[in-house]
Design a binder for this molecule. Sequence first.
Ligand code: AHG
Ligand code: MN
Ligand code: MN
Ligand code: MN
Length: 334
Amino acid sequence: MQGIKTLGQFIIEKQADFPYAKGELSRLLRDIGIASKIVNREVNKAGLVDILGEAGTVNIQGEGQKKLDVFANTQFIAALTSGGECCIVATEEEEEFVPIDSPVSKNAKYIVCIDPLDGSSNIDCNVAVGTIFSIYRRKSVDGMATLEDVLQKGTEQVAAGYVIYGSSTMLVYTTGKGVNGFTLDPSIGEFCLSHPNMRIPADGKIYSINEGNYVHFPEGVKKYLKYAQVEDAATGRPYTSRYIGSMVGDIHRNLIKGGIYMYPTTSSSPNGKLRLLYECNPMAFIIEQAGGVASDGFNRILEIEPKALHQRVAIFIGSEKMVRVAEQLMAEYS
Ligand code: AHG
Ligand code: MN
Ligand code: MN
Ligand code: MN
């Protein structure tokens, strides 16, 4: 086994880093890893089995659910229920949070917020999709955990991560001590450490935004796009535009290569599109831990006080220098 470190081994090795190391968080992370392998199996054979297309239902976001949205949601909730470390799951696919009321979860200390399948619009055409998760410790000490336990600021996260089901499948996570990435080796069915101590370049040349919404963007974003497209040898502009439409895929690429990902407010989504609890906060925690910045255009994402489970927020996230320029233009023009 020389040279290979599995996710399971790595989690146990790092357990001592947690201030309250009783193994529960380690088990929780392990359970998420197992569920993601099951989802990966279905995503990989999606064209061969009847799991593509619409489920025929609409979620609380008003989005038509895909069969894989529903499958991934069920798998993660099942894994978190049987693991016994989690007392509440808040998920994109369910209007209310899901209390885990099983005998093993009675005294569970952790809350999980999850986007079970990110990039639904890409499922049917074999483009990378993902899973995003965020973990908090519950605040209340006894009884059933409550909505207040879920509505914590992003700064309170104890761990966050994503899985990208791409040309290879990777799990990337942080517990607040840097970011590590693991690639699934299908021949042994294990996530193996492939990207230790990931750092996002301080500057980059890639911008990612759904530019089709241009007319609806705030003035500061329009100015940033002009800035990105103007020729300037010193800063390597014009930048390159890359937009997959799976937040996980777009941010993962920018984490590795350097870049900025933006989903601003638009006139049709006045609060932004992406969800604070299970999309923006976990990605913000990971990118900050990798040395980058995550902002709503004016303030740090992680310091936003959540008011509702499915709250949406604008996001500007990625390489520090690029996000700071976008913030300056937002402050000046929006
Ligand atoms: P989800 O599939 O979990 O609902 O998330 C979709 C999100 C995100 O993944 C992506 O970056 C963004 O929506 C794409 O939105 P547009 O199609 O409006 O660009
Ligand atoms: Mn999503
Ligand atoms: Mn989703
Ligand atoms: Mn969705």
